[in-house]
Design a protein around this ligand. Structure first.
Ligand code: SAM
Length: 251
């Protein structure tokens, strides 16, 4: 684990191959840490409830579970709160296990997208988009483009949640086993800012065993002020280039 080397590069095919050999169980999707699932869900539940009781809460119509595995979060966290939950998961065996794993709540499952997040384009508006233990599989440029697509597919009071490991070393750590990275806290903050996403809540998961990475939850919404400013800049630049073209035509 955690091989630091300069030539390391995330390889989507290698990650898929890694997950193809993992059994479709809670222990499998949590890399042998199945015993932390209940505590993890409790922490997420508190976080989600805090978002529901905020001044501008998300609606409870549609949620999206990204990198869903067998649907652990869909079943235990999202389906009890939302009318409909879509999932994105590239592994065939995992996605085929979701309906059975979810059981009696399966009627509230929406579309199961079998695709990597780097290629996924949301087709409807979501109230909550939950990303957990998956963003380390994306290259920075793909992560940014993906977060922007998520940002633009939120319903008016929609929220993106990111729940990820961060390194305590302050440096990015690379794992050649599953071709993933663990980013630093600062790297995530920089990426959110670059995508014009504003943090409205953040929380460190508690009661996890010692010796694992710190896990943070972030609630993100579009930074409308920044987006409007960049729209004004683009419009001004376009108007100016039109004026130049007009002047050239008149010459
Ligand atoms: C550690 S598991 C977490 C599963 C689930 N989020 C959970 O917490 O139970 C990582 C999941 O990400 C999926 N994954 C890996 N690369 C991905 C990618 N590029 N896009 C979407 N999902 C990916 C894997 O197939 C696996 O199901």
């Amino acid at each position: 684990m955690n091989v630091n080397n300069d030539v390391f590069c995330i390889n989507y095919k290698k990650s898929l191959q890694y997950w193809a050999d993992i059994p479709p169980t809670v222990d499998g999707v949590l890399g042998g840490f199945g015993f932390i699932s209940d505590v993890d869900i409790e922490g997420s539940e508190l976080f989600l409830k805090a978002l529901f009781s905020s001044d501008n809460p998300p609606s409870t119509k549609t949620a999206l579970d990204c990198g869903a595995g067998i649907g652990r979060i869909t079943k235990q966290l999202l389906l009890p709160h939302f009318d409909l939950v879509d999932v994105v998961e590239p592994d065939e065996k995992f996605i085929n296990s979701i309906k059975e794993y979810v059981g009696e709540q399966a009627s509230k499952l929406g579309t199961l997208h079998r695709v990597g997040l780097q290629e996924f384009v949301p087709m409807r508006k979501y109230d909550v988009i939950w990303n957990q233990w998956v963003l380390g599989y994306l290259k920075d440029e793909d992560l940014e483009a993906y977060l922007i697509r998520c940002r633009d597919s939120l319903s008016p009071t929609g929220i993106i949640v990111v729940k990820e490991n961060v390194t305590s070393s302050g440096k990015i750590e690379k794992d050649s086993t599953d071709s993933s990275v663990t980013r630093t806290f600062k790297q995530y903050i920089r990426i959110f800012k670059k995508c014009s996403l504003k943090r409205i809540k953040q929380c460190k998961q508690t009661n996890f065993p010692n010796g694992i990475y710190p896990v943070y939850m972030f609630a993100l919404v579009p930074n409308h002020k920044e987006l409007e400013q960049s729209l004004v800049k683009t419009t001004t630049a376009l108007n100016n280039s039109c004026k130049i073209a007009q002047n050239e035509m008149e010459l």
